[in-house]
Design a protein around this ligand. Structure first.
Ligand SMILES: Nc1nc2c(c(=O)[nH]1)N[C@H]1C(S)=C(S)[C@@H](COP(=O)(O)OP(=O)(O)OC[C@H]3O[C@@H](n4cnc5c(=O)[nH]c(N)nc54)[C@H](O)[C@@H]3O)O[C@H]1N2
Ligand SMILES: Nc1nc2c(c(=O)[nH]1)N[C@H]1C(S)=C(S)[C@@H](COP(=O)(O)OP(=O)(O)OC[C@H]3O[C@@H](n4cnc5c(=O)[nH]c(N)nc54)[C@H](O)[C@@H]3O)O[C@H]1N2
Ligand SMILES: [Mo]
Length: 706
């Protein structure tokens, strides 16, 4: 038997971006393992990706192009050939583009994080066409915008050094589920004596393993961080030298923080004053008095509320106030993606836009429900007539799902979906095109939780008639008569274009070396901001941000209350008193893997965790079916009565495929399309609901229709 090993990269939307070794026997991938030599992967994979062959060879893989034969959303299709499929798509897009190409909307996110199968050939295609631009806000843009104003880019400490931190704040993240390779290092730090603190409304798998768990109500982190700043200033726990040399706006920030004494923040967050005093005191004392490294792993959970951007701003100020950046094991990391020198212009070719440098309209992906229903479109611009979905599953993942499904159900909407599986979104396709998985195509990857470029070599031939995204858009471009030479670029050529070769951070990193070696680390200083040098215009950390003032925003961090909370919306809370969050389940990756039976079996079925006091008040017992509802919709789930959820909170780990839930619904039935204070991002965890035992009350007509 002929066996060989292929160097590959995990494509999923996760900070760890693991280096993979794929064992191939007679053309079949038989094992996917973590590269033991890669410094962050360390030979370990999560359960999901360790089972990657189950996903690749899944009996439900889409293997031929198909056209719809049933009603929209019904999911009935008949196989057709590639020629018929692509001719149909090209004809419809040509016809719509002749009226106004902006009526065509690409919709994509991070089903693969690869730079080649993500926004390269696809972006070129839609640019040349003059289609609407997509504002890719669904995940990270609140925090990314906040970091850009504060540090200049999505940059931070290197978690490879976190083993030597003395205090680690895990803020709004659950790394055991969603950032495993960071957690492995945190375990090492714990063995070396570090104190671990989780800041999370929910006692997650991670929070229960930390020394201390502080549980603020969702969307209140800005108040907590400002109170920490208040205590640091009040108690003189400051690195005055670092502040003077490497920050701007300290006096204004001091003034702002004076409005947030711990007593006030404790009330806003629903936590004890002592929690805040202890947290700020420990952080400041270790960093300033003892000159020890203190690290913050800031994550996405705390950004998915109205004030998500400002909360990140406030937290991001902390390490500069205490000089935590002086140590390579101190500082803060939210994302490393801003370190990577990527040639986006070469990959995506915005210069192909018909009116370049004038841009077509931009559509926010986070309000796709309203957009497809014709609401909130820029004045004078056309309704969406065609949507082309790839690398995403909006019918399951986008907020206010009933509106999203209603939009995709429009009979006059022409919908093309490129997918590996028949997802909730694929059910609405007019033309459904089979896409390859990571083992079947080439790609190059950056990461957002470490600083290595990775190569993904193709390990096996495409399954069935599946094609890489690039090839599908290449063939479509040809049919549309797009003659620019970039439409003939091979995936290998595109991979080589991705890396900005003349950037010193990419010294020695070329596609040719990368695909041989599998991965290469960026050239960066060990402690990136020990001597300042933030990538802002001033080179300083902007405690006060003149750029924000110019953009019409509050230039100082502040607490922006949730849209939906008992304090900020008492009338709404009278009807819907519980805050619902729907963070990632450990065995799913957003909505990917939900259809892999072994992983779904581990998660069981949709659950809602509810505090015993809230359960008793509603006559709900552990294991009962419950209905969560608000004005936007409802969902069924099995109750877990547990004090993991603090009082006033319910938690539904996500993101379930709607059609694999008993009622065909998931948590996004309840979430809203409102947006964060900056970055135009969704507010998935800013969501009030009521819960009732499911058998007990029949939904009224109004509720059932909502
Ligand atoms: N297994 C798995 N891994 C994943 C994903 C997945 O779906 N599954 N998704 C990937 C993606 S796309 C992303 S963006 C990242 C997300 O990465 P993280 O942001 O780390 O997501 P979680 O691990 O769910 O952690 C979010 C935590 O925030 C808490 N939280 C919710 N609201 C608040 C709040 O207002 N304040 C605070 N302090 N905490 C809050 C939740 O209870 C939860 O425990 O993970 C990636 N990794
Ligand atoms: N309620 C709630 N909703 C949420 C979140 C939450 O925490 N709670 N999290 C939000 C976040 S952080 C994110 S990032 C989004 C994620 O939303 P999405 O980026 O849409 O992520 P997935 O649900 O994993 O869907 C990705 C799809 O891409 C497909 N795919 C993978 N690789 C390829 C490929 O090479 N080609 C093609 N054509 N398809 C491919 C997969 O099969 C999968 O169906 O969801 C958001 N929605
Ligand atoms: Mo995400």
């Amino acid at each position: 038997m002929a066996t060989h090993t292929v160097r590959a990269a995990c494509p999923h939307d996760c900070p760890d971006t693991c280096a993979l070794l794929v064992t191939v026997e007679d053309g079949r991938a038989i094992k996917v393992a973590g590269d033991p030599d890669h410094p962050t992967t360390q030979g370990v994979l999560c359960t999901k990706v360790a089972r990657y062959t189950e996903r690749t060879y899944h009996p439900n893989r889409l293997l031929t192009p198909m056209k719809r034969v049933g009603r929209k959303g019904e999911g009935r299709f008949a196989p057709i050939g590639w020629d018929e499929a692509l001719d149909t798509v090209a004809e419809r897009l040509t016809e719509i583009a002749a009226r106004d190409p902006q009526a065509i909307l690409p919709y994509s996110y991070a089903g693969t994080m690869g730079l080649v199968q993500g926004e390269s050939m696809a972006a070129r295609f839609f640019h040349k066409l003059g289609a609407s631009l997509l504002d890719r806000t669904i995940c990270a843009s609140a925090g990314a915008t906040a970091l850009r104003y504060t540090y200049g880019a999505s940059v931070g400490m290197d978690i490879e050094h976190v083993d030597d931190a003395r205090l680690i704040l895990i803020w709004g993240g659950n790394p055991i589920a969603s950032n495993l390779h960071f957690w492995m290092r945190v375990q090492e730090a714990k063995r070396r004596g570090a104190t671990l603190v989780a800041i999370d409304p929910y006692r997650s798998l991670t929070a229960e393993k930390c020394h201390r768990h502080i549980a603020p109500m969702p969307g209140t982190d800005g108040a907590l961080a400002l109170a920490m700043i208040h205590v640091l200033i009040r108690d003189g726990l400051l690195d005055h030298d670092y502040i003077a040399r490497h920050t701007e706006g300290f006096d204004a920030l001091r003034e702002r923080a004076s409005a947030y004494p711990p007593e006030r923040a404790a009330a806003l967050c629903g936590i004890a004053v002592d929690d805040i005093e202890w947290l700020a005191g420990t952080y400041g004392r270790l960093a300033v008095r003892e000159r020890q490294p203190v690290a913050i792993r800031l994550n996405y959970g705390m950004q998915r509320a109205h004030g998500g951007g400002q909360a990140v701003r406030a937290v991001a100020c902390l390490p500069s106030l205490v000089g935590a950046w002086r140590h390579r094991s101190g500082g803060l990391q939210l994302s490393t993606s801003g370190f990577f020198p990527i040639d986006n212009a070469a990959l995506q070719r915005p210069d192909l836009l018909p009116g370049w440098p004038a841009l077509p309209r931009t559509i926010n992906m986070s309000t796709i429900g309203d957009v497809l229903l014709g609401e909130g479109l820029p004045a004078g611009s056309p309704p969406v007539e065609a949507v082309v979905v790839y690398n995403s599953n909006p019918v399951a993942v986008a907020p206010q799902s009933a509106r999203v499904a209603q939009g995709f159900a429009r009979e006059d909407l022409f919908t093309v979906v490129l997918e590996q599986f028949q997802t909730d979104t694929a059910d609405y396709a007019d033309i459904l095109l089979p896409a390859t998985t990571q083992l079947e195509h080439i790609d190059v990857h950056k990461a957002y939780g470490h600083t290595y470029f990775l190569a993904n070599n193709a390990a096996i031939a495409p399954q069935g008639e599946a094609l890489p995204n690039t090839e599908i858009f290449r063939r479509l471009a040809q049919r549309m008569g797009f003659a620019d030479s970039c439409f003939a670029d091979s995936d290998d050529t595109i991979a080589a274009q991705a890396i900005l070769a003349n950037d010193p951070r990419a010294a020695g990193i070329r596609w040719e070396t990368l695909k041989e070696q599998g991965w290469q680390k960026l050239s960066l200083p060990d402690a990136p901001f020990a001597e300042g040098g933030f990538p802002t215009a001033s080179g300083k950390c902007q405690l006060l941000s003149p750029a924000m003032a110019r953009d019409g925003l509050d230039p100082l961090p502040d607490f922006v209350p949730p849209y939906e909370s008992p304090a900020s919306a008492p009338e709404l809370a009278a009807r819907y008193p519980l805050a619902m969050i729907s963070p990632p389940a450990r065995n799913f990756l957003n909505s990917s893997f939900v259809n892999v039976e072994s992983l779904r079996a581990t998660e069981g079925e949709p659950h809602l965790d509810i505090h015993p006091a809230d359960a008793v008040a509603r006559g709900i017992v552990d294991g009962a079916m419950v209905r969560a509802f608000n004005d936007r919709g409802s969902m069924l789930a099995r109750a877990r009565v547990t004090d993991r959820a603090r009082q006033g909170l319910v938690v539904g780990l996500s993101i379930w495929w709607k059609k694999l839930a008993s009622d065909g619904k998931n948590a996004n039935e309840l979430t809203s399309q409102r947006l964060t204070d900056m970055g135009r991002a969704p507010v998935f965890y800013d969501c009030l609901v009521q819960i009732e035992a499911a058998g007990q009350a029949q939904p009224t007509g109004a509720q059932a229709a909502a």
